[in-house]
Design a protein around this ligand. Sequence first.
Ligand code: NZQ
Ligand code: ZN
Length: 392
Amino acid sequence: MINDFIYNIPVKVYFGKGHLHHLGEELKKYGTRVLMTYGGGSIKRMGLYDKVVREIKAAGLELWELDGIEPNPRIGSVRKGAQMCKEHNIDVLLAVGGGSTIDATKWIAAGACVDFDPWDFLDLSKQAPVKKALPIVDILTLSATGSEMDTAAVISNPETRDKIGRLDPMILPKVSFLNPENTYTVSPYQTACGSSDIMSHILEVYFNTGDDLYMLDTFMEGMMKTVIKYAPVAMKEPDNYEARANLMWTSSWAINGFVTAGKKHAWSCHPMEHELSAYYDITHGHGLAILTPRWMKYCLDETNVYKYVQFGVNVFGIDPKLPPMEIADKAIDMLADFFFKTLGLKSTLPEVGIDETYFDIMAAKSVNYGTLPGFKPLRKEDVLEIYKMCLK
Ligand code: NZQ
Ligand code: ZN
């Protein structure tokens, strides 16, 4: 039974190749002083930077820049950006990049409007209310996080070894430019990691029981089939428009609130993965690929096997006449094969440089020193077990 819900995702999306000339007019709606944020230089190498600057100049806007936003963005970049906004009286932020750039920009937007340290928005002991934020426009260059169309943003603090995500409608982008061509230069590895992230956003919602809606489950199965079909194509043929377009639009819809509306769902693999990224700075989607099949194996039991059967039959085409537990095992194996054989991601934690050293503290932090109320509620001991399953 689905619960009542309100559906409200007010992001204006320009999807496709021919929309960049609308950039100036969209920015102008919010003012004339623009801070453009970006990462380590990929937008310059791919020629996007020049095109964007041209549009901004042609629109007669004033431009400031913050570059060097890290993958797994740090609070230091957020502090710097918020400070620049205050110093230069910025009206609107323009994020050009992947999820890391957009996430950092979201907290810059909120940080620009307060006198306190922006980490106070994320610090679990404070979680300062977000009363105001500068408007954000973004140009997405990597299909993965869905940050272009959601209210979430995740920031790392290397001093405290925390990586914390928070949702707030105030930091939702006003406008997102989604041109699949802007993802042609994404490496096969980042394409694989991004695709794994999209899969996980869907699986975290799909694997919940009690408030299923056939229409939403079918939609999620379609999105998962889309990723399974097009991720390997995009890796082999980086400039395949159809593949890049399918991945891009799926990344947004996997997490924009549509499939979660009406569900009392809670996520499991993301809190476990954020600790891996916090302690070892690994790529988010890679950590999720390693964790997800183990988590599914760990949670499987007679009461929830029907969900695995539904997944195995509808997504991977497994014979529905097989015994349910056999279908479930097969489905988990097929998902693991997709991550590790088709996408070529390393399958264990040691292969990405992670051993047991911090398992205890990471497990405790992932459940926030209590219980994660997900598909199967997880305590610290459960997470420890799942981490250990990832060692080989
Ligand atoms: O820094 P640059 O030079 O731009 O290079 C980036 C970076 O090295 C590169 N890249 C991006 N677009 C490219 C490109 N390289 C060539 N061509 C392009 N077109 O790819 C690398 C990774 O970029 P990043 O932005 O870090 O990747 P992603 O989009 O996967 O973002 C990951 C971050 O988002 C968080 C993750 O935890 C992680 O910190 N998440 C955000 C979420 C949200 N806002 O809702 C949800 C997710 O679950 C996730 O937690
Ligand atoms: Zn994710």
